[in-house]
Design a protein around this ligand. Structure first.
Ligand code: KG4
Ligand code: ZN
Length: 398
């Protein structure tokens, strides 16, 4: 059934004039193989993934060590490092899989949203590889890739429609995922994203970033620090919990961050004292998770109204912050109450990576959602715009 569906789609792509090479490769191998490239922020990543959900190879060069000295991501530095790293990352990924570009069915690349100069690197690399080798090109929406990641190897469980909580450094969203390319946003942040809040609070608490090799960055550092903390010693108010905003499914994290900043200014805790650091980190993490929980309950209600009796298959949590185990625990409890399962990609696939871009590429390739070689990057790109933007069902992109 699965393979039949793929073959059907491959035929469809062929009919609309896909390159001969693509049709031949796909017909013989049946399982699709897609290279995904990502450089929208501070990770230079590539992966080759199959339509049966197998990761053939994966490479990710983080820049945490470079940006940690500046207390945040410096766009120019990020782009320079992507430029240096991208050729090596692509080379290593192909080599590790024992494949050449000619063996692939398509090249998927993050098209946006993200830092312009960083996006330009993966776009340029992906477009050039695709054009030179006459391979289909798929421009991937970074948030769609996060939202679809949980389906890889679990398509029976994560069926459309499902509710997705997308919690990353760039976004905090609840979405109904109706289908590939089709999303309804229910709640979004009114100010900072949850990832930004983790990062800023970690800075306020002067928690050193964890080494890149073990999944670096400020968020994981705060999570680790909070393990030794008492979350009740510094009680913090749950954001948007007052009568005027309690009914809104939107999020807000800047108040929480500012509160902790004020506490430090008023010397209510000492960031140089390890126990204070851990207790404030634990209080912040618990309060942020409670806020997510309350707003996700509202999102479930709205999603069910919208779907008019059509059931949600599960709750997916994805994006960098979904790798946080304390957050996952809270969300798992909520999902159980809502009568669905919480499905999260493994932590390394929650944060930015090439696998999610390759997998989103596979999902779009199966539907014939291809792009011309002339596409450019899109810095700001609401996920709901995907549907009306459409795609190009054709081969020759010049
Ligand atoms: O999805 P992602 O890798 O990049 C974006 O698309 O933004 O998310 C990065 C964000 C950063 O703010 C990082 O600190 C946060 O996710 N993050 C975490 C954890 N791992 C990554 N936050 C809390 N706990 C974690 N374990
Ligand atoms: Zn991301």
């Amino acid at each position: 059934m699965h393979i039949l569906r793929q073959v059907g789609q491959i035929r469809q792509i062929k009919q609309i004039g896909q390159t001969r090479h693509f049709a031949q490769t796909s017909r013989h191998s049946q399982v699709l193989r897609v290279l995904g490239l990502e450089s929208s922020c501070d990770d230079t990543a590539a992966a080759i993934v199959t339509s049966s959900g197998e990761i053939l190879s994966e490479t990710n060069r983080h820049q945490h060590a470079i940006h940690s000295q500046h207390g945040g991501i410096v766009p120019g530095l990020a782009a320079n490092h992507h430029l240096m790293n991208m050729p090596l990352v692509v080379h290593e990924t192909l080599k590790a899989a024992g494949l050449q570009i000619s063996d692939l069915d398509a090249i998927a690349v993050t098209r946006g949203p993200g830092l312009p100069a960083s996006l330009a690197v993966c776009m340029s690399a992906g477009k050039t590889l695709a054009a030179v080798h006459e391979k289909p090109l798929i421009g991937v929406h970074h948030m769609e890739a996060h939202a679809l990641m949980a389906r890889m190897g679990a398509e029976d469980k994560v069926q459309f429609p499902y509710l997705c909580l997308l919690i990353s450094g760039g976004h905090t969203l609840t979405l109904v995922v109706h289908d590939i390319n089709e999303y309804t946003m229910i709640g979004t942040t009114r100010d900072d994203s949850i990832g930004e809040a983790f990062d800023k609070v970690a800075r306020e608490l002067q928690i050193p970033w964890i080494d890149a090799q073990i999944g670096g960055g400020a968020g994981p550092a705060l999570e680790q620090c909070a393990l030794a903390g008492d979350p009740t010693r510094f009680p913090l108010p749950v954001p948007m919990d007052k009568a005027d905003s309690a009914g809104s499914p939107d999020f807000s994290f800047s108040g929480l961050k500012t509160r902790i900043k004020r506490m430090r200014e008023q010397a209510l805790f000492d960031p140089l004292c390890a126990q204070d650091q851990a207790d404030v980190a634990a209080a912040f993490q618990m309060t942020a998770a409670k806020h997510l929980r309350k707003k996700t309950v509202l999102a479930f209600r709205r999603a069910r109204e919208l779907l008019q009796g059509q059931p949600l298959s599960c709750l997916v949590a994805s994006g960098g912050v979904a790798s946080n185990l304390a957050v996952r625990q809270v969300l798992a409890g909520l999902a159980a109450k809502e009568g669905v399962e919480l499905v999260c990609p493994p932590p390394s696939l929650c944060t930015d990576n090439g696998v999610m871009i390759a997998w989103a590429g596979i999902e779009r390739l199966r539907r014939g959602l291809l792009d011309p070689y002339t596409i450019d990057f899109i810095q700001r790109w609401p996920l709901e715009d995907l549907k009306q933007m459409g795609y190009t069902k054709r081969t020759s992109s010049f």
